[in-house]
Design a protein around this ligand. Structure first.
Ligand code: MN
Ligand code: MN
Length: 284
């Protein structure tokens, strides 16, 4: 299968929007494969402009490049195709902004990003820690990507925010891997996370409360607000090297509300990615 993505338009410091329409590793229901097109529709639907809250116009920005979707096989070989696509973005000096897909895509992305940027810090927003050693017999389930990433040494610091589904096994995994977990019940939007060096951001939309983001496969009440997540993005250092927004399920969405939340977060992430500073600098 040809998985090459056209990188000709990318220049150093570009942000490459990359759709990964893959939900084969979802455990509960399918649908996130339809997310990239739903998010693009929300971005360009005409009900909002393409300006970020901090005053950047992505509509006019020469370094914001939509690469389209990557063609992916149904099976786990998709992870290699994802890594390859992200590698080709990174090889041009650009930064990936990934639209999932379910959360399983993040392992493929991190395999490529960690080759370029190490040690890598990951900020992970989610209702679930996604740390299962294996789920329903599948080690590549969307319930497992961060266990794999930590075992493979791709991530040196993992900070999870919004978690509210820890069970005994996953608490053991948190201890085993030294994950920093800020559970939803203890979340303080003003807490400074002190993220430095190359930072990758992974946003599972079910980290938000279903009231804000109903279009996800796993409704988990008691989550973050859209503004909480935007505040987290505002405190990111300028050394953000890549990001993903995953787990939108358009089949569960109401009037495209969650697609709009995903588009908003993607827009703000794009602006953080465009604000460059040396990722290896320790300054925030
Ligand atoms: Mn997740
Ligand atoms: Mn989740």
């Amino acid at each position: 299968m040809d998985t090459a993505v056209p990188t000709a338009k990318l220049t150093p410091g570009s942000v490459a929007l990359l759709g990964l329409p893959w939900d084969a590793m979802s455990t509960h229901m399918r649908g996130p494969a339809e997310a990239p097109s739903a998010i693009r529709e929300a971005l360009h639907g005409g009900s909002a402009n393409l300006w970020s809250e901090r005053g950047r116009d992505l509509g006019e920005h020469p370094r914001f490049v939509d690469m389209g979707d990557v063609k992916l096989p149904e099976d786990v070989a998709a992870l290699d195709a994802i890594s390859e696509a992200v590698q080709s973005v990174l090889s041009r000096g650009a930064k990936p902004l990934v639209l999932g897909g379910d959360h399983a895509v993040t392992l493929g992305v991190l395999r490529a990003v960690a080759q370029r940027w190490s040690p890598l810090t990951v900020l992970h927003v989610d209702a679930h820690p996604d740390l299962y050693a294996s789920y329903e017999g599948n080690p590549f389930s969307h319930a497992c990507p961060f266990a794999r990433a930590l075992e493979e040494g791709l991530v040196s610091r993992l900070v999870q925010v919004g978690i509210r589904t820890l069970n005994g096994h996953q608490r053991e995994q948190v201890e085993r891997f030294g994950v920093e977990v800020i559970e939803a019940h203890a979340f303080d939007p003003n807490e400074q996370l002190g993220l430095v060096g190359p930072v990758y951001v992974s946003i599972d939309l079910d980290g938000l409360d279903p009231a804000f983001a109903p279009g996800v496969s796993h409704h988990e009440p008691g989550g973050l607000s859209t503004r909480d997540v935007l505040r987290l993005l505002n405190q990111l250092p300028k050394s953000v090297v890549g990001a993903d927004v995953v787990e939108l399920n358009p089949r569960r969405d109401l009037h495209g509300m969650t697609a709009m939340v995903a588009a908003k977060l993607a827009k703000e992430l794009a602006c953080r990615l465009l604000d460059e500073r040396d990722p290896l600098s320790s300054a925030p």
